[in-house]
Design a protein around this ligand. Structure first.
Ligand code: AMP
Length: 380
């Protein structure tokens, strides 16, 4: 099904090829027509499903022709749990807002930074992407009025509730006009999310996109038995021999991430680390260089990788195993997306063996083990 048959206006569809959006992902097929019609929606979907564009495209379509040019009030409010997601969602709104018949301004606001520049930047904004705490602060300082919101989006609602934003969210809902469109996206349907769903949504269209477990069939998993000393050379052997152009490597610590990057670089492989000790700017820059193919390998820790848009990897390598099976599935779930097969490779030492068996049991899949003893790593 092409994008054009979902009811999106031509000013939106004509921009999609430039983003390499050839055809809609399943969540987009189901969500876009419903949102265009003004329906409320409950989307159970993970990052990587294409959920952001599933609401950004119809929201932008609905905004054009319906914004009051004299009003300085916000039309669309997107609540998100983290600063990282706020930046990403705002970027998606902005990237699809170029070449629209009317200008749509999007701003993101989040805590942990000075409030004053944000107070200035949100004047005259159409789409506001916010973390709940900072939004309350801005509202209490009269920097923003929420009484004209026509569409509310809760993105990663489960995470927002897990992070303890429940009270702030309720406070915000009370500031919104009664008549509005509500879109709720969550990776899981926990009791808390169900409660918010019942409170907010009016006869919603429900879209459920199967998560990572179901996608595991597209992932080719292998593991190498290796000693600690031979891990570095083996990693370089795997990358070079498979001619992998885009690899996401996971380590369990920031220190190890930097170490792996140093070794890769000194062996002629372009690599960057994107862990929590790197500045936001540096991470963003690395991510762009990676997406443009200037850097072949990104090395990350679990904590950071959760928040960033590095989906659809052709290859994920576990330099070290994560502690929980859930994290393992989450890591390898970054490959094998969007109906494209991917490789997930784990380097397993003697000490990891028991833990790796636990992971496989939880995952209900057995991974082929390759003995690396016989591989000549002298030149790596
Ligand atoms: P999300 O789940 O919103 O984080 O999106 C995951 C990734 O898929 C992002 O990099 C999007 O740019 C990309 N994406 C979303 N929809 C499409 C599409 N229809 N075609 C190609 N890429 C897409």
């Amino acid at each position: 099904m092409p994008f054009s048959s979902l009811g999106l206006p031509i000013f939106i569809t004509k921009g999609l090829p430039a983003h390499d959006y050839e055809k809609p992902f399943p969540i987009q097929e189901q969500a876009i027509p419903a949102i265009l019609e003004g329906r409320d929606l409950l989307g159970i979907a993970q990052t990587g499903s294409g959920k952001t564009a599933s609401y950004v495209l119809p929201i932008l379509s609905n905004l054009i022709g319906n914004m009051d040019p004299d009003s300085r009030h916000v039309n669309v409010l997107v609540l998100v749990p983290t600063r990282e997601l706020a930046g990403q969602v705002a970027d998606v709104f902005r990237s699809f807002s170029t070449n629209l018949p009317e200008s749509v301004r999007t701003v993101s606001v989040f805590g942990g930074v000075s409030i004053n520049p944000q107070m200035k930047s949100i004047r005259g904004v159409n789409v506001l992407v916010a973390t709940p705490g900072r939004l309350i602060e801005l509202e209490s300082k009269n920097a923003v009025h929420l009484s004209t919101i026509s569409t509310l989006v809760l993105d990663e609602a489960d995470k927002m509730l897990n992070l303890g934003f429940k009270d702030e969210m309720t406070q915000i809902f009370n500031l919104l006009p009664k008549k509005r469109q509500n879109l709720l996206f969550s990776a899981t349907l926990s009791d808390d999310v169900s409660a918010v769903n019942q409170l907010l949504l009016d006869n919603p269209v429900v879209v459920k996109i199967e998560g990572e477990k179901e996608n595991l069939s597209l992932i080719k998993q292998v593991a190498y038995n290796v000693t600690e000393e031979r891990k570095g050379p083996l990693l370089r052997y795997i990358i070079k021999n498979n001619n992998f152009k885009q690899v996401l490597v996971f380590t369990s610590s920031v220190f190890q991430a930097d170490n792996v990057v140093d070794k890769l670089k000194s062996n002629g492989i372009e690599a960057r680390a994107i862990h929590s000790k790197k500045s936001q700017g540096s991470r963003r820059e690395s991510l762009i260089a990676f997406k443009q193919g200037k850097v072949n390998v990104l090395v990350s820790t679990d904590l950071l990788a959760r928040g960033i848009d590095i989906e659809n990897m052709p290859c994920v390598i576990n330099y070290e195993l994560p502690r929980s099976p859930k994290d393992y599935i989450h890591r390898i779930g970054r490959t094998g997306r969007a109906e494209t097969p991917g490789d997930a490779i784990s380097l397993i030492t003697e000490e990891d063996k028991h833990h790796f068996r636990v992971i496989q049991k939880k995952m209900k899949r057995w991974v082929d083990m390759i003995e690396s003893d016989g591989i000549d790593l002298h030149n790596y």
